[in-house]
Write a protein that binds this ligand. Structure first.
Ligand code: SF4
Length: 450
């Protein structure tokens, strides 16, 4: 057997992880929240890419087999997803299995935490399994607000980005719809059955219309879904305490990894609104605007004209993107809110102001901590009856969030709980959430809800 050197590993990471053209390949998308990956697969299909949202969490044992336990939990879950998928494909196709036909889609973030290393780590593990070194990993990076250059043909970039962003907003709205109707459903189980069918309809709609110039057939389908969903609410059930969920994006969105925290809270009388995926996408764009603005200021002081021009162009580019995203998001939320009062999303600039008001934390630190801390404050000021911080055990930004937010919530007299997950089942978890809901109920009785 050939000896694998450190140099081979570096070469493989630089060559086997990148922006590969996904046309003609089977593009494998890991699931984060239950809707977004399915809808995104629909968008890719519309542009002629054979995309698939992989099943998730079933491969956790495989993920654990190739990790030491020190890795972030989402890294282990997603590793298990790709390994199990490949194992099943190999069994299904036998001799005709060709790993070169697949591209694994794993975006990353430009630090400072470990998300930026998932795809590199997955590369090393895939390389260690015979044949799987041929499976390419396609990355997108928060460093350029998830620009899709290199993945799909240049002429489709703008149209794809528009439909891709719409799929994120629609996924968020489907989530908010189910959290709005499930605590008030006429018959137990109705909301879940409905939303699973609705997700398939919307994925189909994206697969059919994403590459068209006019995306209104997709929003028309969404409105139909929302109208039907509203009928599931029993108008006789009184409104319940409103809980805001913040935390690490994967864990708070991945129902299996967080052991369905929202459903447990609902069991004890909550209506929950979780932070959206759109928030993270808008944040990465907002952060590029912020960084370009800082760079312009610094270069103005040094009178570096070439650099000023470069950052000015970046500033304009990301500002236009951010403007488009906000406009699109607001438009779709407004359409939907004519029929049902789902929670709106906040602007990132507003969250930064929330932190600056009392110098609580800084966007300079980056990571999701700046979003989670500011969102927790914002929701508390709006009158939410409790805040839940959902995150992976050992997550750096989330522990930062926990240490800052807990005392702040204490001062504001808003019930607060940290819930961290690593795949094991903690016997006291449900009791802790039930106690939290008791406190939230007391808050609700005294202050009402927003
Ligand atoms: S946010 Fe937390 S879980 Fe995610 S990569 Fe960073 S440290 Fe790991």
């Amino acid at each position: 057997m050939e000896k694998v050197t450190q140099l081979d590993t570096f070469r493989s990471v630089s060559k086997g992880v990148g922006r590969f053209n996904v046309q003609g390949k089977r593009l494998l998308i890991p699931q984060m929240n239950q809707f977004n990956s399915q809808l995104l697969a629909g968008v890719f299909k519309s542009f002629g890419v054979n995309a698939k949202a992989m099943e998730t969490y079933e491969g956790l044992d495989l993920g654990k087999k190739y990790t030491s336990g020190k890795e972030c939990f989402p890294c282990i879950v997603t590793l298990g997803d790709i390994l199990l998928f490949m194992k099943k494909e190999r069994e299904r196709l036998g001799e005709s299995f060709n790993p070169e036909n697949y591209i694994y889609f794993m975006p990353d973030a430009d630090g400072p935490c470990r998300f930026g290393m998932y795809n590199k780590f997955h590369r090393i593990i895939l390389d260690s399994i015979p044949g799987l070194d041929k499976v390419k990993i396609s990355e997108l990076n928060s460093d350029d607000a998830y620009d899709l250059k290199g993945l799909i043909p240049k002429e489709n970039l703008i149209a794809f980005r528009k439909a891709g962003y719409l799929s994120i907003v629609v996924g968020d709205i489907l989530d908010r719809l189910v959290w709005r109707i499930r605590p008030y459903e006429k018959v137990e189980g109705m909301a879940d059955t409905f939303i699973n069918e609705a997700m398939e309809r919307m994925a189909e709609s994206f697969a059919r219309h994403s590459s068209e110039k006019d995306l209104s057939p997709i929003t028309d389908d969404l409105i139909e879904v929302v109208k039907e969903g509203k009928n599931i609410i029993d108008p006789h059930v009184p409104r319940k305490p409103l809980i805001g969920a913040v935390g690490e994006i994967y864990l708070r969105s991945h129902v299996k990894s967080n052991q369905d925290t929202i459903r447990t809270l609902e069991k004890y009388g909550a209506e929950v609104v979780n932070a959206s995926i759109g928030e993270w996408i808008n944040y990465t764009t907002y952060d590029q605007v912020r960084l370009a603005r800082i760079a312009i200021g610094l270069n103005l002081k040094r009178f570096k004209l070439k650099e000023i021009k470069k950052y000015l162009l970046q500033y304009l580019k990301y500002n236009i993107t951010l403007f488009y995203q906000y406009m699109q998001q607001r438009k779709v939320y407004q359409m939907v809110r004519k029929y049902i009062d789902i929670a709106e999303d906040h602007k990132i600039g507003h969250l930064e102001k929330v932190l600056k008001t009392k110098n609580t934390f800084s966007f300079e630190v980056g990571t999701e901590a700046c979003l989670s801390i500011s969102s927790a404050l914002e929701l508390s000021h709006r009158g939410y009856n409790g805040i839940v911080n959902i995150f992976p055990f050992t997550c750096l930004p989330s522990n930062l969030t926990a240490s800052i937010t807990k005392p702040l919530m204490g001062k504001l007299n808003v019930p607060y709980i940290d819930v961290d997950y690593d795949g094991s089942f903690q016997p006291g978890r449900e009791a802790a959430l039930r106690t939290f809901m008791y406190q939230a109920n007391q808050h609700f009785k005294i202050h009402g809800r927003p």
